[in-house]
Structures are given as C-alpha cells and as structure tokens.
Ligand binder design. Structure first.
Ligand code: APR
Length: 264
C-alpha cells in the first residue's frame, strides 16, 4: 500500500464523524473548469472572479447571465467522476456522521448520490429575482439561449427586476443557516478531507482550522499546494479522481477485514 494511503488510514482510524470540504478542483476531472484556472472558449477573456460579482451583473446583466447559462449547460453535460462515487461509498463507512460541505454550485455531489451535502455558495440550478427573491424556473433559463455568449437576463414576473443566479457572489454574505450548518459540521468532525480548493476564499477556507483547533485531523487532496498545506496533517498531492477511489478502496478493505473478524 502507498505510504500516503497508509498515513490517511492512520488519521482516519477511529474517526466517527468525517467532514469533506470540496472546491472547484473536485469537478475538474468531470470537465467543469475551476475558477482560478484559465477559462475556455468565448469566456477565456473574462476573469471569473470579476464576472461573479453583483457589480459585474449591474454593469452588464446579459454578460453575467450568459456566463451562468453557459456554466449551467456545461454542468448539465458533466458526469460525476470516480472520486464522487468514492465519497458515496465512504459515507456508508461512517454511519455516525459523514457530511460534505461544498463551495461548488454544480450539484455533482448530489447527482452522484451523496446525501448530507451543504452547498455553501448556492446552486446553478436555482434562479431567483434579484430584488424580491421570487423563484424562476431553470428550464425557462435553459430555453433562453445556447449559453455561448451574452443572454438577456429575464425580468421577474412579479416585480419586473432582473432574474439572477441563486449563487453567492464575491462580496456577498453566505445564507446564515447554511454557514451555521457548515460550522456545526466542522465542530463535530474528527477528520476533514479538504479536496480541490485553493483555500483562499473565506469563510470556507477557515473551516479546516475549526477541526484542527479541536484536535481533529486535516487531510488535503490537491495536485497543487495551497495556503492551507503547511497546517495539514497530511498533504496528498494528487487529483481527486485518483486519490479518492484509492483511499476508499483501502478503507473498505480495512472495514471488510473487521467485518469478517466480527462474523467469525
Ligand atoms: N483534483 C483536486 N484538486 C484540483 C484538481 C483535481 N483534479 N484540479 C485542480 N485542483 C485544485 C487547484 O490546484 C486549486 O487549488 O482545485 C483548486 C481550485 O481552486 P479555485 O478555482 O480557486 O476554486 P475554489 O477554491 O473552489 O474557489 C472558491 O471562490 O470563486 C469563488 O465562489 C467561488 O466557490 C468558489 C470559491
């Protein structure tokens, strides 16, 4: 067994509550571009960090709306990779608590079959009025355009203001109940796996520190080191789709061994 897998098993040994914090890198192998990697196609000339703001939407609603339609279509075409399936298998090994906190808005964890997913930054599938918050049908958004350029933001049927994506933009507050749930998960976790996030954006980036401050363990899976890396118990330099199946296969073998022992 790989040294890094062995070390991860050691850190997970005896854990009852496991938390997983994911970022855009979790979906990279499913073909969903990350935020800080270069964008492709028509959107390559825009910085996602500038498109994902209320200021950008105020300045050019059709550009920002078009970008979200394009992302929605990318995500709908994407399929969760083997790392997602591994997290579904892993949950079954931790009946006392296995929670996923994701910064992603792509819904891939739930589509893969994971339960207990906290979507910190909202969802690409949820559109609403920017003023009165009236819900707007995502199917109608899809009908509005091909998503390969600007798409006029529709008007709210109730108050006439622009419809916007139901995501948390830079500079916006996270919904209180969502942040409370994520914080509670961090307080309960014996181990947190931090996967595919640049660990630059707070409050998400602060959650692993809550776990370690209470004596919990932090395992980071990312092909590139991040500002969190110097503080983790194990840095696994790998892609999510490679590392997670290896980890969960090894965990299942260990669990299988225990089960056989108990049944003897
Ligand atoms: N497996 C694991 N990690 C990967 C992979 C992969 N296959 N590919 C890339 N990564 C890592 C990168 O090394 C990087 O550290 O994923 C991270 C992606 O970073 P970001 O694009 O910054 O995404 P994230 O950290 O999720 O961004 C946080 O910022 O833009 C806002 O609200 C947006 O939710 C987003 C938040």
């Amino acid at each position: 067994m790989d040294k890094v897998v062995r070390k991860a098993l050691e850190l997970l040994e005896g854990a009852r509550h496991v938390a997983v914090l994911t970022g855009a890198g979790m979906s990279a192998e499913s073909g969903v571009p990350t935020f800080r990697d270069a964008q492709t196609g028509l959107w390559a000339k825009f910085d996602p960090q500038q498109l994902a703001t209320a200021e950008a939407f105020a300045e050019s609603p059709s550009r920002v709306f078009g970008w979200y339609v394009s992302r929605l279509q990318t995500v709908r075409r994407a399929t969760p990779h083997a790392g997602y399936d591994a997290l579904v298998r892993m949950a079954a090994l931790y009946p006392d608590g296995f929670d996923i906190i994701t910064q992603n808005v792509d819904g891939l964890h739930s589509r893969a079959g994971s339960e207990n997913v906290v979507e910190l930054h909202g969802s690409l599938e949820a559109f609403r009025c920017s003023a009165c918050r009236e819900v707007f049908s995502t199917d109608r958004v899809i009908e509005l355009g091909e998503g390969d350029g600007e798409v006029s933001a529709p008007a709210c049927g109730k108050c006439g203001n622009f419809i916007r994506p139901g995501v948390v933009w830079f500079g916006e507050m996270l919904p209180r109940e969502v942040l409370e749930r994520a914080t509670q998960v961090a307080y309960e976790a014996d181990v947190v796996l931090v996967i595919g996030t640049s660990s630059l954006v707070y409050p998400a980036a602060g959650l692993p520190d809550i776990v370690s401050a209470r004596g919990g363990r932090v395992i980071e899976i990312n092909p590139k080191a991040t500002p969190l890396t110097p503080r983790v118990d194990l840095y696994w330099e790998a892609a999510a789709g490679e590392a997670l199946p290896q980890l969960v296969d090894a965990l299942q073998r260990t669990e299988g061994g225990k089960t056989e022992g108990r049944n003897d």
